[in-house]
Design a protein around this ligand. Sequence first.
Ligand code: SF4
Length: 258
Amino acid sequence: MGWSLQRRTTNAPHRLLVFQRRTQHLAAKIAITEHGHDNLDIVYCDTGSEHPDGLRILAAAEEWFNHPITIVRSEKYVDTWDVWTRRKFITGMHGAPCTVELKKKPRFAYERPDDLQVFGYTADANDVKRASRFVEQNPGITTSFPLIDAGLTRSDCLAMFERNVGPLQEMYRLGYPNNNCIPCPHGGLGYFNMIRRDFPEAFDRMARLEREFGHALHREADGAPIWLDELDPTRGDIRTEPDFNCSLMCALAEDVTA
Ligand code: SF4
């Protein structure tokens, strides 16, 4: 395994791929095939709060790529709980401080203006729209979208992921739509009922934080708070709740679409 907080030492132009979604595994593989290993950094933002099964995926991906994955982390916070408790804030109308502290800042500290940034947007219509919006709204970033160029859809990518990297992360196998931190405050009522079932300690800890900060993550239509420690176990259905993937790409897109 080549994980490290390494810094690049050469001044040659670099390709940078930030590695957070499953589809990015294939984007990385294509980037390596097209451009070789030199001056390519595959970077993973470690929030300290994702399911530990992610380490298995990183190891398998490194083997498939035959290329090290660089892990970047916050120098200030160890995980999401650390952010929320020290900032005394979980999430609000303008987003969650964990995204900023654990994903954006470590990436911005690592990237360079001359990076060609390789993204894992797929050829699915919604992803193509996101990619073109990203390009329009980030004229200063040089981008590459190998999956779109190759016409590869999300389902193509997931099939290749399972063939080459291995079984999906435990979170997907448990039925979650993403591999976000446990728990992610952006999840809905159905998501939190699943978290209570699968990760009861994390659920209880979040419920206590809500009370400590006097801020419920969810509200009724009339604005009344729905406290996690009072959440009806039958409420919500993750299959019909909005997607709340929090990759760095999403964080960047949120910046420019807010
Ligand atoms: S996945 Fe959720 S908890 Fe993790 S950094 Fe993003 S918003 Fe925060």
